[in-house]
Design a protein around this ligand. Structure first.
Ligand code: NAD
Length: 262
């Protein structure tokens, strides 16, 4: 997909879905800001992959739950590349907690999850807006989740944060439409990334992976490469007529399994 002359920021792109999306845009010639919060080495490896893929990239540290850091991140893109076409709000967090354990989450947990999953994208869009509106086909892609559509996922705080991100996507698409800025969201189902490996270890990860296959009509458990295409579609000029859409990418998990009798 052609991204030549396009400049993109991908938050949380030193791993997983963000990494796949960044390298995918680099393959089309994009110039990227690879954002990381802690792992500079991993971010530099993604920068090297972007360059090897035919694009260009820099790594910038920023905690996107903090407004001042979001401003710095946008400024880094402008200082280096002088323009901004695409913002992918991918960084996310959770606290794993069974949904029936209401004592397991307190206000601070909600605030921490909301700070990154909802307020982070809002702050990024706010700071990016003056520059995006100067681009010929500006696009914001929020990485949400099936959690925000179906009410399933790692905790109620996470589910609610992604539901709120979906609602914000609709409102922002409407409010920024007159400036030609499109705002869409990709809502992945299960994706096999460090998200689960870091939380549960390899053995449990493999069990979750196998269970996902059993519970999707396509018998697929996704990886970052499966989410790359939907992100690149929304990011690219080819979807210039598309805004305010929530695209579920889940191999049919939302549909549920076929109904069987007997
Ligand atoms: P991941 O852990 O590889 O990616 C999350 C990224 O966010 C990491 O690179 C992490 O360093 C970064 N990050 C964390 N805190 C940050 C902060 N304060 N500032 C900047 N960056 C920060 O996992 P992933 O699965 O690739 O997740 C990416 C996105 O996809 C998240 O928004 C997540 O909610 C969403 N998602 C994941 C799945 C899944 O099954 N893995 C499903 C649906 C949605």
């Amino acid at each position: 997909m052609n991204f030549s002359d396009q400049v993109a920021i991908v938050t949380g792109s030193s791993s997983g879905i963000g990494q796949a999306a960044a390298i995918g845009m680099a393959e089309g010639g994009a110039k990227l800001v690879i954002n990381y919060s802690k792992n500079a080495e991993a971010a530099e490896a993604v920068v090297a992959s972007c360059k090897a893929a035919g694009g260009d990239a820099i790594a910038v540290q920023a905690d996107v739950s903090k407004d001042a850091n979001c401003k710095t991140l946008v400024e880094a893109a402008m200082d280096k590349w002088g323009r901004l076409d695409i913002l992918v709000n991918n960084a996310g967090t959770t606290k794993f907690m069974n949904h029936d354990n209401l004592e397991g989450l307190d206000a601070a947990d909600f605030e921490q999850v909301y700070a990154l999953n909802l307020i982070g994208p809002y702050q990024m869009i706010k700071h990016a807006r003056p520059f995006l509106k100067q681009a010929d086909s500006p696009s914001v892609v929020n990485i949400s989740s099936i959690a925000g559509v179906r009410g399933i996922g790692s905790s109620i705080a996470y589910v609610a944060s992604k539901g709120a991100l979906n609602s914000a996507t609709l409102a922002l698409a409407r409010s920024l439409g007159p400036e030609n800025i499109r705002v869409n969201a990709v809502c992945p189902g299960f994706v096999g990334t460090d998200w689960f490996r870091n939380a549960f270890g390899d053995e449990v990860f493999e069990k979750i992976f196998a269970a996902q296959k059993l519970n999707t009509p396509m018998a697929r458990a996704g990886g970052p490469e499966d989410i790359k295409g939907p992100i690149l579609f929304f990011a690219n000029r080819m979807s210039a007529h598309v805004t305010g859409q929530l695209m579920v990418a889940d191999a049919g998990l939302l549909l549920g399994m076929p109904f069987e009798i007997g």
